[in-house]
Design a binder for this molecule. Structure first.
Ligand code: NOJ
Length: 536
């Protein structure tokens, strides 16, 4: 079995968890996001399950992933495919049982792979017993666990907040039974909990404890900025990128309390989906060192394919960071078009190089290691209200020509069609090809686990000329690695800064055509969309 994520000490051999000099596990290597519905199906119903994840742990071990983040598998009517939770403490039967979950934790830990689960604190399903009670009468003790308000007049909701899903329209639904409106930042089937109510907060803390006791190593927190809303429910201000509803100072005390709960257990980690497009505000979630460990950086995800935009985002993150902040780099998840479809197939390889070699934790969305594009979803197969089916298509494990349309994902009818590129991009085929994207990702992951400079080294941006993004990683032992990515659609020359003259050794290129192991930095040229990692 290959070592995945271990606790290592700077300048010394492997040690236990206690060392103050150690690199936390969540900084060492990649965290791999699994969308369980689409990963691997073991019972032939066309939907992935927890046993499917357990069955593929050796694949993840070979990818050297440090941790898995599992998107929701809790009991749910699946209006938002699991982000509408009806029971925070149970596994939906479509995904398996709590015993399957326990088995997955044990098997992941046996391979030194940590496990994060998705914590969905902002809303429940409308089928959750709390909401069923809450909507039953204005006097019910659970009434104020959710946000119920009178309207501003006949058929007028309490304010103009929109749902995050354009197709839903406003974020309020009128409930005839008690003649009041309830807030739902997403679907009407996802009523928002009222975090101003301390009983709600305490109940959600207990959910964290439940999963910590079951052995999980941390949580990805869904739309965490929404657990502190404007108590006055003011309307959005036009032309403001951050609305009242998404920016309340109370968030910080709530995050500190969440952190205190997970700190009751050793070595747990919190990463937040902080969906704020303002780096200063995002950094406020991680800079004090007693709130989140990591914040997903959506500014990065929304960048155009442009070297100077990437450079500015990376440098500003560093400039705004405190000593405690640590970046979490990601360019894909289950809510956004895949990198290969947004930027191109070659660019998707360069992105992998970026994720694994920038200072910070790489988050890799399942299938990104294969360079998968989005799937085409015919109109009669669309199931998501917000157009996110293409990136959620199941993983092709084997060639459809050998296995049928399930491509090793399922023996049944897959819940979403697979990508039409499954024949070329399936796991089994890529595993045997030296130049495949899967082999590239494995090499990157191996380098990341082996090189202290990549795990914890300093980072310095390098001015390398138009369309080139370049940065140095400098280890404590003085070892230096230089990464360069060409964002242009044709060749570009590297403008070598005076302090970097001489030759360098090729560690890796995303371009299979590059062969020579020694390169001169003075006349280095990069192919279109090439990413390079050089040892100085
Ligand atoms: C963010 C999740 O990533 C997305 O899939 C979900 O629809 C919303 N939050 C609501 O939970």
């Amino acid at each position: 079995m290959l070592p995945a994520c271990r606790q290592v000490r700077l300048g010394a051999e492997e040690v236990g968890y206690a060392s103050t000099m150690s690199i936390p596990w969540w900084q060492q290597g990649a965290i791999y996001q699994i969308y369980p519905r689409s990963f691997a199906d073991t019972d032939g119903d066309g939907v992935g399950d927890l046993r499917g994840v357990t069955d593929r742990l050796d694949y993840l071990s070979e990818l050297r992933v440090c941790a898995i983040w599992l998107s929701p598998f809790y009991r749910s009517p699946m209006a938002d495919f699991g982000y509408d939770v009806a029971d925070y403490r149970d596994v939906d039967s479509i995904f398996g049982t709590l015993e399957d979950f326990d088995h997955l934790v044990d098997e992941a830990h046996a391979r030194n792979i940590k496990l994060l689960v998705d914590f969905v604190p902002n809303h429940t399903s409308d089928q959750h017993p709390w909401f069923v009670e809450s909507r039953s009468s204005r006097k019910n003790p659970k009434r104020d666990w959710y946000v119920w308000r009178d309207g501003r007049g006949a058929n007028l909701p309490p304010n103009d907040w929109p749902s995050a899903f354009a197709a839903v329209g406003r974020a309020w639904t009128f409930d005839k039974a008690t003649a009041q409106w309830y807030l739902h930042s997403f679907l009407p089937q996802q009523p928002d909990l009222d975090w101003d109510n301390p009983d709600v907060e305490a109940a959600m803390h207990d959910v964290l404890r439940f999963w910590c006791e079951r052995g999980v190593d941390g949580f990805r927190i869904d739309v965490v900025q929404k657990i502190a809303k404007d108590p006055l429910l003011r309307d959005p201000r036009p032309a403001e990128p951050i609305t009242w509803e998404d920016w309340q100072p109370t968030i910080h005390e709530r995050l500190r309390r969440l952190r205190t709960v997970v700190d009751e257990y050793p070595d747990r980690m919190l990463v937040g989906e902080v969906y704020l497009l303002d780096l200063q505000r995002v950094l406020a979630y991680v800079n004090t060192g007693d709130e989140l460990h990591l914040a997903h950086n959506f500014v990065f995800l929304h960048l155009p394919w442009d070297a100077s935009a990437f450079r500015a985002a990376i440098d500003s993150f560093e400039a705004l960071s405190s000593e405690s902040a640590w970046p979490a780099w990601f360019l894909a998840n289950h809510d956004h078009a895949r990198v290969a479809s947004r930027f191109g197939a070659e660019q998707a390889r360069a992105v992998l190089l970026m994720l694994y070699t920038l200072r910070g934790t790489p988050f890799v969305f399942q299938g990104e290691e294969l360079g998968l594009p989005d799937a085409e979803i015919p109109p009669d197969r669309v199931v998501d209200v917000d157009g996110r089916d293409p990136e959620r298509a199941p993983i092709p494990w084997r060639a459809p020509s050998e296995t049928g349309p399930g491509a090793g994902f399922t023996t049944g009818e897959p819940w979403l069609p697979l990508t039409s590129a499954a024949e070329e991009l399936n796991v089994s085929r890529q595993a045997d090809e030296h130049d495949s994207t899967l082999s590239l990702t494995r090499r990157l992951a191996t380098l990341r686990m082996a090189e202290r400079a990549l795990q914890s080294g300093e980072q310095r941006s390098v001015d390398a000329g138009d369309d080139l993004l370049a940065w140095l990683r400098i280890g404590e032992d003085g070892k230096e690695l230089l990464a360069v990515v060409n964002f242009a659609e044709d060749e570009r020359g590297f403008r070598c800064p005076p302090d970097l003259r001489g030759t360098a050794r090729l560690e890796l290129s995303t371009d299979p055509a590059r062969r020579s192991p020694e390169l001169s930095l003075d006349d280095l040229r990069l192919a279109a969309a090439e990413g390079l990692l050089l040892r100085l």
